[in-house]
Design a protein around this ligand. Structure first.
Ligand code: SAH
Ligand code: SF4
Ligand code: F3S
Length: 480
């Protein structure tokens, strides 16, 4: 491809902040040009996805589109004719991984110049990243954003026809597209988007800019997708949104997540999950629905971020440590056997050691069953990135270690309590570390390894727990 870039659109954070635009729903068919069909024949694609489940679902739509055009999935990145890096911008280390991989692709492009290399996802929703890539990585042919994935085929067609490096990253979301083809990564567990974007604007977070205004899908479209998954014998469905609790609020007609969850559970899919719940608008009606249905997993991911009221305020989290604790108490009262996990950020700008200790207090209070921990990473154009920070990198890393140690107590205990008991496990596949062993998750999302035959993959089996390794467990298959 020639080196001169053609800019169709580039992102602007001032526009991305806007929440005034309204959306409609689009059910049009996807059109594939004859030129692209001819070009794609016999060619392969490889999508490397980073980041969260929203990106994985986007990968499935991109794969669906590419296969509609005639591409086949490549067995590995090195022999693909089209390589797409589907990127994440949530922390600096997520971006560093992508830069490393773009660098590696230079060799492929040198050996096979006809390979098309594309970048998409949250990272390229930032103008400074686009400028850097265009300048430093001349082997990247196409950059498109999170809002125009549905245009992938027409963008590819343009790259092929015009021999240009093409940039088309929109600042604002387009209409919700319900027509997109999809090639699911798994044939037994699925993610179903219920809403896109986020309006919470936590001060550290890039997601509201990269994913845009919160928009809900229509309930009947979500239920239809879930029904099809049930008919195809899927064992687990996870309802996805940056904040699922806010589902339906944009319709202003009383539609709520509690109602949606109730309707999805009634379809009878063996396992129903949802991700992520913001502690701020977690209604008691939602708790009742979770308690009512056996097939809604009694596992709630409830990111706390910090245990200090001052830090929570600076993060714009909209709850206090005591209101969070009250919510946890209410959930535990109504669902006594519930498992709770969380996300925690240490080293937010100017966090004092005392404030950090309040986070440790929170960890000791809630006794989390599992947790994801992060060191604060400044994100360009977010409000927190403008705060002058007096906490050193060394202090942050020491606090991080202290936090991990505190969490190990409750996570370790919740895992040890499982020893000797039998749990149902949805078998995902061979273990990453030892391919002779199978891995899967319990209802409460504990990772279990055990010996078993590959024919069990995709099935729900019973496993008796023998050993705890804190964040994972070792067990034995139980034959009824
Ligand atoms: N919508 C979800 C997921 C957001 S990203 C939610 O609100 O929970 C997942 C986690 O990444 C967040 O919960 C937060 O703990 C972490 N995170 C987000 N931005 C970050 C940043 N700038 N630095 C460090 N961690 C961050
Ligand atoms: Fe980011 Fe906060 Fe939205 Fe989660 S709720 S995506 S942390 S802004
Ligand atoms: Fe990353 Fe975007 Fe998800 S920033 S965490 S891929 S929404």
């Amino acid at each position: 491809m020639a080196n001169k870039p053609l800019y169709k659109s580039i992102p602007d954070p001032n526009l991305e902040r806007k929440r005034t635009v309204s959306f409609s729903f689009n059910y049009d068919e996807v059109i594939v040009s004859d030129r692209l069909k001819k070009f794609a024949k016999g060619k392969t694609y490889f999508i490397h996805t980073y980041g969260c489940q929203a990106n994985y679902r986007d990968e499935e739509n991109m794969a669906g589109l590419l296969e509609l055009a005639g591409y086949n999935k490549a067995s590995e990145i090195n022999n693909a004719d089209l390589i797409i890096l589907n990127t994440c911008a949530v922390r600096e280390n997520a971006e560093d991984k992508v830069f490393g991989q773009i660098g590696n692709l230079k060799i492929i492009k040198k050996q096979r110049p006809e390979t098309i290399i594309a970048l998409c996802g949250c990272m390229v929703q930032q103008k400074h990243i686009i400028d850097f890539v265009i300048d430093k990585f001349k082997h990247v042919d196409l950059i498109f954003g999170t809002h125009n994935i549905s245009s992938l085929l027409s963008l590819l067609d343009e790259v092929i026809a015009k021999h240009v490096r093409l940039v088309d990253v929109k600042s604002l979301p387009e209409d919700i597209k319900e027509n997109l083809p999809s090639k699911r990564i798994s044939n037994f567990k699925a993610f179903v988007n219920i809403s896109y974007g986020c309006d919470k604007f936590c001060t550290y977070c890039i997601v509201p800019y990269t994913r845009g205004k919160e928009r809900s899908r229509k309930m009947e479209d979500i239920l239809e997708e879930c029904r099809a998954l049930k008919d195809a014998n899927y064992q687990e469905v996870t309802l996805l949104g940056q904040n699922v609790n806010a589902y339906g609020k944009d319709f202003n007609d009383g539609t709520s997540f509690a109602h949606l969850l109730d309707e999805v559970a009634k379809l009878g899919i063996p396992r129903v999950r949802f991700l992520t719940s913001h502690p701020w608008d977690f209604s008691s009606e939602m708790i009742d629905v979770i308690a009512k249905h056996d097939n809604i997993m009694k596992y709630i991911h409830l990111p706390v971020q910090s245990g200090s009221d001052e830090v929570l305020k600076a993060m714009n989290r909209r709850y206090t440590s005591s209101s969070y604790k009250a919510l946890v108490d209410l959930i535990r009262k109504k669902i006594p056997d519930v498992a709770i996990s969380t996300d925690i950020i240490v080293g937010f700008p100017n966090e004092t050691y005392e404030q950090f200790l309040e986070t440790i207090d929170m960890v000791n209070y809630v006794k989390y069953d599992s947790a994801f921990t992060f060191i604060y990473s400044p994100r360009k154009n977010t409000p927190a990135a403008l705060i002058k920070d007096n906490v050193t990198a060394k202090e942050k890393s020491e606090r991080f270690k202290e936090l991990v140690k505190a969490l190990e107590v409750s996570v370790g205990k919740s895992s040890e309590d499982m020893i000797g008991k039998t749990f149902t496990v949805l078998v995902e596949g061979p273990s990453e570390k030892d391919p002779s062993i199978l891995s899967g998750y319990t209802e409460k999302y504990k990772l279990v390894h055990f010996k078993g035959d590959d024919s069990l993959i995709g099935k729900i089996v019973k496993v008796k727990i023998k050993e705890s390794h804190v964040y994972s467990l070792l067990g034995e298959l139980v034959n009824d």
